[in-house]
Design a protein around this ligand. Structure first.
Ligand code: AMP
Ligand code: ZN
Length: 468
């Protein structure tokens, strides 16, 4: 069996992964709060942990991996959206969940085994809160139930920070009903128009953190293998999940391995509405950026590094996928996946290395000019598909684009690129630059690599500007 190594945030080391039960490897990932379209950053953990799911399925067998990712459908941001729009909460969350499913499928992600909705598991949350009160880890006060952070000595172990440091860095709410400012809410009262449920502590609703502890317990038991999420969730959300679960089920281990993805930026800057560089996955898809291209760009950066979304990366990914899809046209898929690709993925999800290895296979395939390469094409295809690339479902973008860029226009672009290459070979750099400016002006994205030049039609492409 392929050895798997994963960087564990909790121990701050890369460790050999040994599942608690190889017949049922269990993964929990924090999912979205459903009140609006997923932005491009929200797609990153989905793609990262989809890749983990796929790799584990490959190694342990597809039926031996259980992946749970929750849907937070009770939250103050949702209540605020309902108040703003005058719409029903359930209408908002149902609509947002349907969008989320469509958008994540368009990026080639598999459906998790379980997608628990928080509002379906209120009973399990109340049970866990009752256990925490009974064991002295939580207390009720003024319609609230609070977790007593001082009752759990290991609080902060995941982020490796002291309670004092965390307190200094966080916006903890000081409230009269808290014994200690660090204490966090397990249950809070709801007023008339807020969603709520009856409980021993009055009519109210759960705090945010308890849902992940309760639902992972119900679906994966008190000890499971991997817990994932964005690095922004490490504190307080994940520290609080650990505290709740460890205290409610002291004999359990909760999650053995913690994995955190870094954040996504756009052209080197934080994505934010005020900087005007904020966009949703749907915005990109509607602009004609194929889901497969978005996935490829995301996988090109290791999950532990900040990922920068750039127009150049988009264009390069599109050109690469166009070439790869050309290479596998007509090939059927083999059972065998390249061991080199699997080994890269098993090494802490090294997706950039896996892509480099796919590039090497593609180069070899192209060099053999289609001769005697039937086997290689099949293995190449199987390996790419293991990463959720070159699948049939994600493949219709090329024909759509080909319809937009006619064969005649495409030939004109090829001719301009060939002329530019000839000019460079003759050291006529003025002419090469002039031809390049024509291509740029028409919105053709030219990608120069040492061995070849490729292109894609960028946003605002205008064939009318292609005259030499
Ligand atoms: P939320 O719906 O705000 O709870 O976020 C859902 C997920 O998106 C969480 O796992 C976050 O870590 C993740 N996330 C939010 N913004 C970004 C970003 N800019 N880059 C990567 N992940 C993000
Ligand atoms: Zn969570």
């Amino acid at each position: 069996m392929t050895p798997i190594r994963l960087h564990n945030t909790k121990t701050r080391r890369k460790e050999l992964f040994t599942p608690l039960n190889a017949d049922n490897v269990r993964v929990y990932v924090c999912g979205p709060t459903v009140y609006d379209r997923a932005h491009l950053g929200n797609a990153r953990p989905v793609i990262v942990f989809d890749m983990l799911f796929r790799m584990l399925r490959h190694v342990y067998g597809a039926t031996h991996v259980t992946y749970a990712r929750n849907l937070t459908d009770v939250d103050d941001k949702i209540n605020a959206r309902a108040a703003e729009t005058g719409r029903d909460i359930r209408a908002i969350t149902d609509e947002t969940i349907a969008w989320y499913h469509a958008d994540m499928a368009a990026l080639g992600n598999l459906k998790p085994t379980h997608e628990p909705r928080a509002t379906d598991w209120i009973g399990a949350m109340k049970d866990m809160i009752a256990r925490l009160i009974a064991s002295g880890h939580a207390y009720a006060a003024e319609g609230h139930v609070l977790f007593s952070v001082a009752s759990y000595a290991e609080y902060g172990a995941l982020s490796g920070r002291s309670v004092e440091d965390m307190l200094a860095g966080a916006r903890v709410e000081v409230a009269p009903y808290k014994r200690d400012p660090m204490d966090f809410v397990l249950w809070k009262p709801s007023s008339g128009n807020e969603p709520g449920w009856d409980s021993d502590w009055g009519f109210g609703r759960p705090g945010w953190h308890i849902e992940c502890s309760a639902m992972s317990y119900e679906l994966l038991t008190e000890s499971f293998d991997i817990h994932g999420g964005g690095i922004d969730l490490q504190f307080p959300h994940h520290e609080n999940e650990i505290a709740q679960s460890a205290c409610a089920h002291p004999h359990g281990k909760f999650a053995q391995v913690w994995m955190h993805n870094e954040m996504l930026q756009v052209e080197g800057r934080k994505m934010s509405k005020s900087l005007g560089n904020f966009f949703t996955v749907r915005d990109l898809l509607d602009q004609g950026v194929p889901g497969e291209v978005i996935r490829f760009v995301m996988l090109s950066t290791h999950y532990s590094k900040p990922m920068d979304w750039t127009e150049r990366k988009r264009a390069e990914a599109e050109a690469t996928l166009r070439k790869w899809r050309g290479l596998i046209a007509g090939a059927d898929v083999s059972e065998d996946v390249s061991e080199d690709v699997v080994a890269a993925l098993a090494d802490d999800l090294n997706t950039p290395l896996a892509i480099t290895r796919l590039h090497a296979m593609a180069t070899q395939l192209a060099a053999s000019g289609g001769k005697n390469c039937h086997f290689e094409a099949r293995v190449f295809l199987a390996s790419a598909r293991m990463m959720g690339l070159l699948t049939d479902e994600l493949g219709d973008w090329m024909s759509k684009q080909d319809d937009a860029v006619s064969a005649e226009v495409s030939a004109r672009i090829d001719a301009l690129i060939a002329a530019r290459r000839a000019a460079r070979a003759d050291k006529d750099f003025a002419e090469a630059d002039r031809l390049r400016a024509i291509l740029d002006g028409a919105g053709v994205v030219v990608i120069d690599r040492p061995d070849e030049t490729s292109w894609s039609a960028g946003p605002g492409f205008d064939a009318g500007k292609l005259e030499p």
